[in-house]
Design a protein around this ligand. Structure first.
Ligand code: ZN
Length: 261
């Protein structure tokens, strides 16, 4: 089995996770910038984090033979302070030429607030000006549907943005259609408790097809499983999906989307 982990927060993981992922056939890891579990106190905190994502973590991953890529942004959870967010967004362009940067992400909404929307628009503008791919985080709260609609409206209303260059992550049964119908890519996040289980994710694949969809573990500092993608592949195999369709879902699709970078 070979697979790409398109969304993992490896700065929070131990070296055993890298060993397990390499052993399971992981061919590349992509790490979106996100919330550290606490709010950073200044833009310098983000500057150091961007250095960690572009300089240190790729070296750590390389020790286990896995290429490491990343996405940059200030995440929605810290976007309430628009002044701080603007200062952080101003730091991003100097990092975009780092060889492992894929684009702008994970941007989006958390509580669907006015300030979060403003910061989302600033990120989308940056991505458009710099011709970057976009990775979007959709809210996990009860407002996922509303948040997904708001995000898609922002992306659709900017004529410079091409939907096939945007992936909308953490889709579930009630949002996947909206995303795919708009021409965007959809990501399913496999979590042991919340978000999608492997069984639900494979149900969604079976209902909506696997044209523009990928699965990720989004493993971070919380309860999560860095092997969630290969486990979902086992669920596909259990249900009789052939080797080709499994390879497309866990390797070919992420490669096709990310190959646009
Ligand atoms: Zn994430």
């Amino acid at each position: 089995m070979r697979y790409i982990e398109p969304h993992a927060h490896m700065v929070s993981r131990v070296t055993d996770d890298y060993v397990d992922m390499a052993a399971a056939g992981c061919a590349a890891i992509c790490e979106p910038a996100f919330w550290a579990g606490f709010d950073r106190s200044s833009p310098r905190g983000f500057f150091d984090y961007f250095r960690q994502l572009t300089e240190f973590e790729p070296k750590r991953a390389a020790k286990f033979g896995i290429p490491h890529f990343c996405w940059l942004c200030i995440n929605p959870k810290e976007s309430e302070d628009v002044k701080l967010a603007t200062e952080v967004i101003d730091l991003i362009p100097e990092f975009l030429s780092a060889p492992n940067v894929l684009g702008i992400g994970e941007i989006g909404l958390n509580r669907n607030s006015r300030n979060e929307l403003k910061v989302l628009e600033l990120h989308v503008d940056l991505a458009a000006r710099q011709e970057q791919l976009i990775l979007v985080h959709t809210p996990h709260l009860e407002d996922k549907l509303k948040g997904t609609r708001l995000i898609l409206d922002v992306l659709k209303s900017d004529r410079r943005i091409r939907p096939e260059r945007c992936i909308i992550d953490h889709v579930e049964e009630h949002t996947v259609n909206l995303v795919l119908d708009g021409g965007f890519w959809a990501g399913m996040t496999l979590y042991p408790e919340t978000k999608c289980t492997a069984a639900r994710a494979v149900d969604i694949l079976e209902c909506y097809g696997s044209e523009r969809i990928w699965m990720n573990s989004a493993c971070d500092w919380g309860v999560s499983n860095p092997l969630a993608v290969p486990y979902a592949a086992l669920e596909m195999r259990r249900r009789g999906h052939n080797t080709e369709s499994i390879d497309k879902a866990i390797f070919g699709n992420p490669l096709r989307f990310l190959g646009q970078c």
